[in-house]
Design a protein around this ligand. Structure first.
Ligand SMILES: [Fe+2]
Ligand SMILES: [Fe+2]
Length: 172
């Protein structure tokens, strides 16, 4: 709680001290993460080589945790009747995590490839849905300043590795 309070207290100072961050919204940061994840998936599939799987795992697990912590928590706080949509997406995050654990425990390459292709397809569909339906809702219900503020908090949590903090109550 102390960390988040500290982050919120310093958020505007941080933004104005970092001109390069001006105009950077949570939607752009999430889309950057999505692009990186999709590139890693494409490379692993193309080369049928799982040496990049650990990087993919770290990238997507951090992304999903922060997306829920910052973006979904904000959406929930602002919009009624959104729980079903958000919960469905969070369930998809959990399913991805389960499949990633399964793949990490398997040694047979053919089996790994089968599970990997399920992860890739479902994640691509999840990302497409997020970037259309959820991003549209966020644009309708949050100002540019709020989307920028979320970006700052998202980036600071990512930089400081505070990805395990769960819904400590900060809201817009
Ligand atoms: Fe997601
Ligand atoms: Fe996402």
């Amino acid at each position: 709680m102390f960390y988040l309070q500290n982050i919120c207290d310093n958020v505007f100072l941080y933004m104005f001290n970092n001109q390069k961050d001006r105009g950077m919204t949570i939607l752009k940061l999430l889309a950057q993460d999505h692009k990186k994840v999709k590139e890693l998936l494409d490379t692993i599939e193309k080369n049928q080589d799982f040496r990049l799987f650990k990087s993919f795992k770290e990238e997507i697990m951090t992304h999903n945790a922060l997306e829920e912590e910052v973006f979904y928590t904000s959406l929930r706080s602002r919009l009624d009747n959104l729980d079903i949509l958000i919960e469905a997406n969070e369930q998809e995050h959990d399913q991805t995590a389960e499949l990633i654990e399964r793949i990490s425990e398997i040694d047979v390459k053919e089996e790994k490839c089968k599970i990997f292709s399920v992860i890739k397809k479902s994640l691509e569909a999840h990302i497409a849905k997020e970037e259309s339906d959820i991003f549209d809702l966020a644009k309708q219900h949050f100002s540019s300043e709020e989307l920028e503020k979320m970006a700052v908090i998202f980036q600071k949590l990512k930089d400081e590795g505070l990805v395990d903090i769960r819904s400590q109550g900060w809201q817009f």
